[in-house]
Design a protein around this ligand. Structure first.
Ligand code: ITT
Length: 199
């Protein structure tokens, strides 16, 4: 039984969450970094799913193991779906999230609560050594906060307010975030596919 998967991500925030979500599985999750793989992948798809498949396939071609990839982002309705698939590249890949978040809050100034709806989307793709591809998707609904809050998570978490929890996703403890998050949902679905493939 193949109990190892390579996760095609260079994002440490994602990786922490992924490892925690897989902690209850007898599957070793190895990051690209840990596997010694260092390649630039051009994410030129027009959807989260397309980009996840591009990343998983690109790495599967190199390592002939089961490869998973996560493409995710923040979709803000009042901004026509921005930053969307460009979430990592918004204002430039090297711009800090303090500045990116500040910029979004600035653009959302004056937008009333009813129109601040947004969601995190996560597509996960698996590329199997036999060439099969599987994808799953998860969503987390919320609104854009009025000001940043919280130290947990990463990226846009400090400005993503969960009305049900009355806090941002950066205020949540990591376990609770994984239970309700776009990534948690997409990966729980993917775990079921992996179990059926690995028996
Ligand atoms: P890899 O492609 O190497 O996995 P990346 O950071 O480039 O890393 P994406 O292209 O999928 O990944 O971009 C996702 C961006 O969306 C990420 O950099 C964050 O800015 C944002 N994002 C996704 N999930 C998030 C979460 O749970 N909390 C906060 N921000 C998130």
């Amino acid at each position: 039984m193949n109990k190892k998967i390579i996760f095609a991500t260079g994002n440490e925030g994602k990786l922490k969450e992924i490892k925690m979500i897989f902690a209850d599985m007898e599957i070793e999750v190895v990051s690209m970094n840990e596997a010694g793989i260092d390649v630039e992948i051009e994410e030129n798809g027009s959807s989260f799913e397309e980009n996840a498949v591009i990343k998983a396939k690109a790495i599967a071609e190199i390592c002939h193991e089961i490869v998973l990839a996560d493409d995710s982002g923040l979709v803000i309705d009042a901004l026509g779906g921005e930053p969307g698939v460009y979430s990592a590249r918004y204002m430039g890949e090297n711009t800090s999230y303090v500045l990116k978040n500040q910029n979004i809050l600035e653009r959302m100034k004056g937008v009333n609560e009813a129109d601040r709806s947004a969601r995190f989307v996560c597509a996960v793709a698996a590329a199997f050594p036999d060439g099969e591809i599987a994808t799953t998707e998860g969503l987390m609904e919320g609104i854009i906060a009025l000001e940043p809050s919280g130290e947990n998570g990463f990226g846009y978490d400090p400005i993503f307010y969960l009305t049900q929890h009355q806090c941002t996703s950066a205020d949540l403890d990591p376990k609770t975030k994984n239970e309700i998050s776009h990534r948690g949902k997409a990966l729980e679905e993917m775990k079921k596919i992996l179990v059926s493939k690995l028996v």
